[in-house]
Ligand binder design. Structure first.
Ligand code: GLA
Length: 440
């Protein structure tokens, strides 16, 4: 700053134009002299914000950016938040890992055991994040090792702001350091939230952590959790599906789910409200980058078994991450059967990764269709009304010529219904679905 003061002090009023020019140079020099932090993350952010292209730089448009190549099908796993909130500890998480194996969840395809908010303690003198010593006395590395020993993968949670939504320490200013800590612990999946972010730009904030994870050299699925909303208080109006393609592997499409068929509780939304906000986004998702309509509530008690079957079917049609949110160590048989329905999981995990959508909406009665890699199609008849109803799906609306003979397989009853042409009709329970797979 001394150089700036001295050279500017030499300006004279007579040389107005020259002075203005000089002032511009001086200001730029003053800004450029603001030192970035020492870690590579803040160095990169500094270059992004202060470099020659700063006005046009968008991390998602960087021609050198590549996706991380992970999550070519939607991630499947379990997360602590919906059932346990902040009430978590290592005993609970270990019991869940055990149950992932004993209930058949792992063998059905569920991989990630994810600790959500509230695992964090303080940072040490060097700024390294530590686990809450009361909840996780053996430390996170030991827990990750245990989960890996079960043939599962391990996920953790942080936040792009100074604090997490639950008020624990966030990763802002510690991105590269935290990513390295996670990699050392054996983290395979990071859910990254958006509380206490002030005026941060979301695209840059998520790109920074995405780069930090890549720099560790470990494969870490990156789950973007900035909800896809524009709250009146938010200055950053961009949506994650506009920029998330090469930054993360999934992005939340809405605010939090709560365990109800429909409605709003604070900022949280019922199941069908989330379906209606997510369905129109089908074109944004695909292998490696998925729409995330939030975690499953199946087994948490706020909806009927019929409604929970609906959540599972519709999440599979939307190619959503299947992240169970119940206590799988104590779940009943109905819940287990829904979560481990392999025919529906196969739809969710279809390798072509084309997202299903609503092809007809007759008020409360809907038809959904999703094309699958082998040429077959998943079809859901969805009845939102309060009474059972007959619903008919016609072949042309789900993508086949009317005259084509198609095998119809019921994915909830696990039975084949024979060959049909033209259409298929089923009686669908109130708030329920019938889900079939049509194939030649
Ligand atoms: C936000 C997220 C939730 C959960 C909580 C934790 O609300 O959207 O999924 O992670 O924070 O505090």
């Amino acid at each position: 700053m001394d150089g700036y003061d001295r050279s500017c002090g030499r300006m004279t009023i007579a040389l107005v134009i020259r002075a203005l020019l000089l002032l511009t140079v001086c200001s730029a020099t003053a800004i450029a002299q603001t030192p970035p932090g020492n870690d590579p993350g803040s160095q990169k952010l500094f270059n992004m914000e202060m470099g020659p292209n700063r006005s046009i730089f968008r991390p998602s448009l960087d021609p050198n950016r590549t996706a991380n190549g992970l999550a070519l099908t939607p991630p499947m796993g379990w997360n602590s938040w919906n059932k346990f909130g902040c009430n978590i500890d290592e005993k609970t998480i270990r019991a869940v890992a055990d149950a992932m194996v004993s209930t058949g969840m792992r063998d059905a395809g569920y991989q990630y055991v994810v600790i959500d908010d509230c695992w964090q303690g303080r940072r040490d003198a060097d700024g390294n994040i530590l686990a809450d010593p009361v909840k996780f006395p053996s430390g996170i590395k030991a827990l990750a090792d245990y989960i890996h020993s079960k043939g599962l993968k391990f996920g953790i949670y942080s936040d792009a702001g100074s604090k997490t939504c639950g008020g624990r320490l966030g990763s802002q200013g510690h991105e590269y350091q935290d990513a390295l800590t996670y990699a050392r612990w054996g983290v395979d999946y990071l859910k990254y939230d958006w509380c206490f972010t002030g005026t941060r730009n979301s695209e840059e904030a998520y790109a920074l952590m995405s780069d930090a994870l890549r720099a560790t050299g470990r494969d870490i699925v990156f789950s973007i959790c900035n909800w896809g909303v524009n709250r009146p208080t938010m200055t950053d109006k961009s949506m994650p599906w506009d920029w998330g393609l090469k930054i993360g592997n999934q992005w939340r499409t809405t605010e939090d789910i709560f365990d109800a068929w429909a409605g709003r509780k604070g900022t949280s939304l019922g199941m069908v409200n989330i379906v209606d906000l997510t369905e129109p986004l089908y074109g944004y998702a695909g292998p490696g980058h998925w729409n995330d309509p939030d975690m499953l509530e199946i087994g948490n008690g706020g909806m009927s078994t019929t409604e929970y079957r609906g959540q599972f079917s519709l999440w599979a049609m939307m190619a959503a991450p299947l992240i169970a949110g119940n206590d799988i160590a104590t779940m009943d048989d109905d819940t287990r059967k829904i979560l481990t329905n392999r025919e529906i999981i196969a739809v969710d995990q279809d390798g072509m990764g084309v997202v299903g959508r609503r092809v007809r909406n007759d008020g409360n009665l809907e038809i959904w269709a999703r094309p699958l890699a082998d040429g077959s199609r998943a079809v859901v008849l969805f009845n939102r009304s309060e009474k059972p109803a007959d619903i008919t799906a016609f072949w042309p609306e789900v993508g086949y010529p009317a005259s084509m003979a198609l095998e119809v397989r019921d994915l909830w009853k696990h039975t084949s219904l024979g060959s049909r042409t033209q259409n298929f009709t089923a009686n669908v329970p109130a708030h329920g679905v019938v889900m079939v797979r049509l194939s030649q």
